[in-house]
Design a protein around this ligand. Structure first.
Ligand SMILES: [Zn+2]
Length: 181
């Protein structure tokens, strides 16, 4: 099994921030690098769409996953909304049972960290296809996981800590491993 990890944003795309200085591009890169380390330790092959702060187009991200024949793609983000919005949600393709299964395995473990369960979700565009590019286009079984809201002051505080990012990474890695069994 080969896993592609996709830390969202980066480079020119660093605008998503929390009220006290958290930057999504950096937070999700740190989590993704931790997931990579955990999976590699388990002997799982991992490719990553960026391993530093750089601009990578969505098309390039898909090309990296497809070019490396990834079986699974996990796009890692933190969420934005009104200040009171909080919790974890994971998106999957409406047309993939495997995607739903992968989303479930990751979601349940992130919720296990004590975060509100917003559920696993699909989102369709007007044309009836999956709305999100990173779910619609890769050949891999693809999910987007939103590991809390950086716009919520309490969750931003968590997202800023290495200990939470390590726990979130472990949850995502364990979800991927559970799915692959
Ligand atoms: Zn994002």
């Amino acid at each position: 099994m080969k896993v592609c990890l996709d830390p969202g944003h980066g480079g020119k795309d660093r605008a998503n921030r929390g009220p006290s200085g958290y930057i999504e591009a950096d937070g999700v890169l740190d989590i993704a690098l931790r997931v990579k380390e955990l999976l590699v330790k388990k002997g799982i092959e991992v490719v990553i769409t960026r391993d530093k702060d750089e601009t990578v187009s969505l098309a390039k991200r898909v090309a990296i996953a497809d070019g490396n024949k990834a079986d699974i793609l996990v796009s890692i983000h933190s969420n934005a909304g009104p200040p009171q919005a909080r919790g974890v949600e994971t998106f999957y393709s409406a047309f993939s049972k495997q995607g739903k299964a992968l989303a479930k395995e990751i979601q349940i473990r992130l919720v296990g960290l004590g975060l509100k369960d917003r559920g696993i979700k699909i989102r369709l565009g007007k044309n009836g296809a999956d709305y999100y590019y990173m779910i619609r286009n890769p050949k891999a079984v693809s999910v987007i996981t939103e590991v809390g809201f950086h716009t919520n002051p309490e969750e931003e505080k968590l997202l800023k800590t290495a200990s939470f990012r390590q726990k979130a990474a472990q949850a995502i890695a364990n979800g991927i491993i559970a799915f692959s069994r």
